[in-house]
Design a protein around this ligand. Structure first.
Ligand code: ZN
Length: 225
């Protein structure tokens, strides 16, 4: 939505929709998003993973499933108090760019640190099945958004961010002790490209409705009613 000052209020995860369907993204930002069903299981899994990472953080270790990052000198961000602020409320990482016409605010799941101290934004993605490669492009903006927010708050940032996938090993296994497999998916951080994208996003939102996208299931559904 637009603020009184004429700035578009955007969130890192909300940028997914710009890459998904520009028409739906335009409508959601002009008229508000239709209430959806919360992904309760994903939210619970995020909470489990945060607690899991916090246990290893306190021991100055990495969870075993991401141990190979340790060989590159990567560690978990140590300052839990600051991390909990970033996790807890969107205001702490918020940036306001009046010239470009947007406010970007959101919460982050996890932060790691390169050997030389640069921050690596990370996001947990839990799912019932292994991540599909073609989905990754939708998350590039989300992770670049976190990197931009960190940079604007004075932090040095890495040239990579991490998607930390956790998915069910065998959906046909009837045991309630559900076993998860993890997979680390690095995303390149390119803030010059990302800022150009933010300019395109604001330009789209400041323009008239772009018209239904006939390849989008939601657009076709609403158009047919
Ligand atoms: Zn659409």
């Amino acid at each position: 939505m637009k603020t009184k000052e004429g700035l578009w209020k955007l969130s890192p995860s909300g940028l997914y929709d710009f890459d998904d369907c520009k028409a739906c993204f335009w409508i959601d930002n002009h008229h508000g998003k239709a209430p959806g069903i919360p992904f309760v299981l994903n939210m619970a899994m995020d909470s489990v993973l945060k607690s899991r990472y916090d246990i290893y953080r306190a021991k100055n270790e990495l969870p075993p499933e991401i141990e190979k990052l340790g060989q590159e000198g990567v560690s978990l961000f140590k300052d839990i108090e600051t991390l909990n602020k970033w996790r807890g409320h969107v205001s702490h990482l918020q940036i306001i760019n009046e010239k470009a016409g947007y406010i970007l605010s959101g919460k982050i799941d996890e932060v790691m640190v390169e050997k030389d101290g640069r921050l690596i934004p990370a996001d947990f993605k839990s799912s019932g099945y292994a991540p599909k490669d073609d989905k990754k492009k939708y998350y590039i903006s989300q992770l670049n958004a976190y990197a931009l927010m960190f940079r604007e708050h004075g932090h040095n940032i890495s040239d990579r961010a991490l998607l930390l996938h956790y998915f069910i090993k065998d959906a046909k296994n009837p045991s309630l002790d559900v076993e998860f497999i993890s997979h680390i998916d690095p995303v390149k951080i390119d803030l010059e490209a990302f800022e150009k994208k933010m300019a395109k996003i604001v330009e789209l939102l400041n323009s008239p409705y772009p018209g239904d996208d006939l390849e989008c299931q939601s657009c076709v559904y609403y158009a047919s009613r």
